[in-house]
Design a protein around this ligand. Structure first.
Ligand code: HEM
Length: 172
């Protein structure tokens, strides 16, 4: 195996583990645990955002997985060879790749605006003595419910991506 492939696979699979790990943890462990925690849950998530490098990591890792994935796809498909692309291996990997890209786009379009809005409301609430107005409370509850659902949707898309990527080599 060439050095380039080794480096690409380490970046791609390592990044995929970090990305998928966070997506699954958030959807299936952290979000349900936040239910009923009220303001304490909000503070916890704010601390995760401000005291850890999660935001920066999640800004870098998914694009890295996609870019390394494109290069891997180019290499293993022999430059997107049409015969390879229509083989079972090619179809499985391409479908997995499209799902991975869909998860990324969904995160950018659906989830990012929601988490930015939560952060903005959080700042406004903090500046106002830490107690949300009824309107802010209602908007926060609505956005959080949307994020919880969206988190589960992304987890399913990423889960399917992982399955397709993992079985592609053994599909003929
Ligand atoms: C959540 C996103 C993703 C995860 C978790 C993920 C995970 C993986 C894993 C674990 C493998 C190793 C499979 C094996 O060697 O049997 C793999 C391979 C591969 N992935 Fe992904 N992947 C993701 C997204 C993508 C995307 C978006 C693309 C393309 C744009 C892509 C292209 C590829 C290719 C071409 C391979 C085969 C590499 C080879 O055979 O050497 N992946 N992926």
């Amino acid at each position: 195996m060439s050095t380039e492939l080794i480096v690409l696979r380490i970046l791609h699979i390592g990044g995929g583990v970090v990305w998928a790990g966070w997506v699954f943890s958030l959807a299936f462990f952290i979000s349900p645990a936040l239910e009923g925690m009220g303001a304490a849950g909000g503070s916890f998530m704010q601390n995760v955002g401000s005291r850890t490098k999660l935001t920066q990591v999640m800004r870098i890792v998914p694009p890295l997985v996609i870019l390394s994935g494109f290069r891997l796809l180019w290499v293993v498909s022999g430059g997107f060879d049409s015969v390879w692309l229509s083989s079972a291996h090619g179809i499985t990997l391409t479908a997995g790749s499209l799902l991975g890209i869909l998860a990324f786009v969904y995160g950018m379009i659906v989830m990012m605006p929601k988490s930015s809005r939560i952060a903005a409301i959080g700042k406004a609430v903090a500046a106002n003595g830490g107690v949300p107005t009824p309107e802010q409370g209602a908007e926060l509850a609505k956005i959080k419910a949307g994020m919880k659902q969206g988190g589960i949707v992304i987890a399913w898309i990423v889960g399917l991506t992982v399955i397709l990527m993992s079985i592609a080599r053994n599909v003929y």
